[in-house]
Structure formats: structure tokens, C-alpha cells
Design a protein around this ligand. Structure first.
Ligand code: DGL
Length: 260
């Protein structure tokens, strides 16, 4: 099938593929170009200015290749760079990602909600604003997870080392029952299986992929940019880390079936 103007997806690495999966489900006729900046991952522990600059370069690269819209499939890049990118490219729809706190609070009013994310996402103004908006409606507990995205970047989605890491991070917060866990980093949805094992059956595990896909469709509709094709969209992966490994891993994450 003929390739049309793609939707550009950007992440600091492979995590945004969890968001891409949501978009493909809702918009299977679109073409996608995914750029993962694994060479510079993780973003979440870098200075803000650096993340802003790296995001600018990544998005610039996607636009040079004709992307008709951009999805910042990265909470960290969204907090650091979405506002400045929208200023720089006012004519391009730029859809960001943020921790899905709204649905979590709506579904668990008065509940105890953990938000797992990178240190930067939890430190930035954007999260503070979200927290301010919902803090009266639930107990919101930020859990910075420095070091967690690295497992996904290496294709480690289960196993003892990962379980030990997660137990250590989550143990202090899970002594009292938890109602929901928001995955505020796009790498983490690939860890649902192992998270379920550690968190037990009770908490709902929530990510933002579906919300981003709906927002993307809405923006494309408004601007009359939706692809009229209903199926047959293609995905092309690119990565700043050269060599076939990251591209192969990207393909396998696109089709990965987790056990939750
Ligand atoms: N996938 C990213 C996010 O959603 C990022 C992680 C990182 O590079 O630290 O925040």
C-alpha cells in the first residue's frame, strides 16, 4: 500500500511504543514513523535544558521527514519541551503524554493512588499542576523510579533482577492497600505482568495510551488530517543507537503480549 504522510512518534527510547500500540488500535489506517532516542536515554535524570534540546532535535527530525502530526510519546519530554515545541511549530498538532491521574481519580475517588514516573516528570511544574488539580480527591503518592526504564531499553520485561528492583522501589508504599497505580512513564506499560505479580490483584494499573490515541484522533479530525484509509497503515522505526538490535527490539515490543 502507498505510504502517506506519517504521524511522528518521539520518545527517549522504546517506551513510546506502548503509546504507538494504542494509536494503531484506534487508527489502523495511518502510517507511523517512530523515532527513539535510545542513544541519549534515560532523559528523566538529565538537566531540563538538555532534555528540551534533545526533544527539539528528535521532533525536528520527524518533521523533516514529512510528519503531519507529532506525538510526544514520553512524559518526560512532554514536561520539558511540549510548550516550547508548540510555540516553535504552531501549525503542527503536537500531542503530549502525561500521567493518567484524571481517570485514576475518577475511578477511585478518595483512594490511594501511586504515580510511578521518572524523577524529572515528578519534579516538573506540569505534574505539580496535575497534583494540585486532584489532591483533594484522592491520596496521590509520587514514586520516582530512577533506573526502571533501563530494563525495558534492554528488553528485560520480567525476571528476578527486575522483581527485586521493583520490590525495593514499591515496598515502602504498599504496606497500606493501594487502589490504583498510574504508569507515568511510557516504558512502564511493558512491565504490567511483573508489576501485577508484585502489587497483587487489588490495584488497578492505569496508563495513558488510550487517552493519547483519542486525543490524536480528535486533533487530526479537527484539522482534516485523518487518513481516509481504514486499515493497512505501516510503522517505520528509527533509533539514534545504530545497528539492528534496537530496531528488532522495537518490532518485538510492538507485538509483545504481556501476561497480567
Ligand atoms: N518514556 C519516558 C517517559 O515517559 C522516559 C524515560 C526516560 O528517558 O527517562 O517519561
Amino acid at each position: 500500500m502507498e505510504r502517506t504522510s506519517p504521524i511522528g512518534f518521539f520518545d527517549s527510547g522504546l517506551g513510546g511504543i506502548s503509546v504507538l500500540r494504542g494509536a494503531l488500535e484506534l487508527l489502523p489506517g495511518e502510517d507511523y514513523l517512530y523515532f527513539g532516542d535510545s542513544l541519549h536515554a534515560p532523559y528523566g535524570v538529565r538537566p531540563l535544558e538538555e532534555v528540551r534540546q534533545l526533544s527539539r532535535e528528535g521532533v525536528g527530525h520527524l518533521l523533516e521527514q514529512g510528519a503531519k502530526a507529532i506525538v510526544l510519546a514520553c512524559n518526560t519530554a512532554t514536561s520539558a519541551a511540549a510548550a516550547s515545541l508548540r510555540e516553535e511549530y504552531p501549525q503542527v498538532p503536537i500531542i503530549g503524554t502525561e500521567p493518567a491521574l484524571k481517570p485514576a481519580v475518577e475511578r477511585h475517588p478518595g483512594g490511594r493512588i501511586l504515580v510511578m514516573a521518572t524523577p524529572m516528570t515528578l519534579k516538573e511544574q506540569k505534574f505539580f499542576d496535575l497534583w494540585e488539580q486532584f489532591r483533594d480527591q484522592a491520596e496521590i503518592i509520587p514514586v520516582p523510579c530512577r533506573g526502571l526504564m533501563e530494563f525495558v531499553e534492554q528488553g528485560i520485561l520480567r525476571g528476578e533482577e527486575l522483581e527485586r528492583f521493583l520490590l525495593e522501589k514499591l515496598d515502602p508504599f504498599t504496606k497500606v492497600p493501594v487502589d490504583a497505580v498510574v504508569l507515568g512513564c511510557t516504558h512502564y506499560p511493558f512491565l504490567r505482568g511483573v508489576l501485577r505479580k508484585i502489587l497483587g490483584r487489588r490495584p488497578e494499573i492505569i496508563d495513558g495510551a488510550e487517552g493519547v490515541a483519542r486525543q490524536l484522533r480528535r486533533r487530526l479530525e479537527e484539522l482534516d488530517l485523518l487518513n481516509p484509509r481504514e486499515t493497512g497503515g505501516q510503522v517505520i522505526f528509527e533509533n539514534s543507537l545504530e545497528g539492528p538490535e534496537m530496531l528488532e527490539l522495537s518490532e518485538s515490543l510492538l507485538h509483545y503480549q504481556d501476561l497480567e
